[in-house]
Ligand binder design. Structure first.
Ligand SMILES: [Zn+2]
Length: 343
């Protein structure tokens, strides 16, 4: 692995320049998932802590501070993410948390733990190690429960001199209003199709695949890249709706419950769109089976939302997937002959 961070996408770089031109000790980056919230948050933090920032304020990418961030060991940066995400992305956990997980006393958390937030508050009070101030990055901010959010509140309100915050969220409406009101808000830009495709090509996802993944991701570039790197073939996504009519699609058999539910929610969304004569968003119209009655889809949509709330703690992943597939097939087989809208 190269320790050098890849150059940010052009729309991320543009937003970074825009935000660095404004004063603010606490930013809240918000918007739907997959628009690069974490990438922009990390760019801001790199710029704040860089020892030799460029004219527009961007990090140099060369200095000791930039390097320390690239290898995830900067003493003046505190990254707060759910432990599952920290581990998956190679960010170090606090020693105590790591020991508990190593000794199998508990599983890595799916939310931001209040203990980690208390450590961050203590971090905010300390003197900076490198003299360029300190930064706290929280992502996804909606993964703070109320206790955790309240632990952050006072520090956000009266921050010790040299600490800055960036909260990045994909569901800012779930944040406490008091957290939202103490941050400067920035709505993530939605890039155009052409820059997104060029960027995906530069990441090794060529034209047709990029188009397929952008569709599957609902036009969100960072989600599309994530899908492209998931090992799934674009055809598997295209064939998924009709494969569901036959049995369990291979794509679902290997998915985590949350991923399976997201895929089913996208299918449900597109069938609802078709049943009211609108164009589908995540699948090509030709890849969709006939739309079931709207009432059946509405019930399915509610059931999927319910399942999403408990997806991180299933008592049995296999049984949950089986139940989800059975439910989907029931709905799909209740289809009357409403052909999908051709866009
Ligand atoms: Zn630098």
């Amino acid at each position: 692995m190269s320790a050098h961070a890849a150059a940010p996408a052009p729309w991320i770089a543009a937003q970074r320049t825009q935000l660095l031109a404004q004063r603010g000790h606490a930013w809240l980056l918000h918007g739907p998932s997959g628009l690069g919230q974490f990438a922009l948050a990390l760019e801001l933090v790199r710029a704040w802590l860089c020892e030799a920032p460029a004219g527009d304020g961007a990090a140099c990418g060369q200095c000791a501070s930039c390097h320390a961030i690239d290898v995830h060991t900067h003493a003046d940066l505190c990254v707060l993410m759910p432990e599952q995400d920290m581990l998956a992305q190679g960010w170090p956990l606090p020693e105590k948390a790591q020991t508990e997980i190593d000794e199998k006393k508990r599983k890595p958390s799916a939310e931001i733990r209040v203990e980690a937030m208390r450590d961050a508050v203590e971090f905010a009070q300390r003197t900076s190690a490198r003299g360029r101030g300190k930064a706290v990055l929280v992502y996804p901010a909606e993964q703070m429960n109320h206790v955790t959010a309240n632990a952050l509140l006072k520090t956000l309100e009266e921050p010790p001199g040299d600490v800055r915050f960036v909260l990045a969220s994909e569901a800012a409406h779930q944040l406490l209003p008091t957290i939202r009101s103490r941050c400067l808000g920035h709505a993530m830009d939605w890039p155009g199709a052409q820059p997104m495709q060029a960027w995906l090509a530069a990441q090794g996802v060529p034209g047709p695949a990029a188009e397929a993944w952008l569709r599957a991701a609902g036009g969100r570039p960072h989600d599309a890249l994530h899908l492209a790197r998931s090992g799934l073939a674009p055809q598997a996504w295209a064939q998924f709706p009709k494969a569901l009519l036959q049995g369990t699609p291979a794509m679902l058999a290997e998915a985590r419950p949350a991923q399976a539910i997201t895929a089913l929610q996208k299918l449900c969304h597109d069938l609802m769109a078709c049943s009211v004569g609108a164009a589908p968003r995540y699948f090509a119209a030709a890849d969709l089976p006939p739309a079931p009655p709207l009432a059946a889809l509405a019930r399915w949509s509610r059931a999927l939302m319910q399942a999403a709330r408990t997806a991180e703690h299933p008592y049995n992943t296999g049984l949950l997937l089986e139940a989800l597939v059975a439910q989907a097939r029931n709905v799909l087989h209740s289809a009357t002959a409403i052909p999908p809208a051709r866009s």
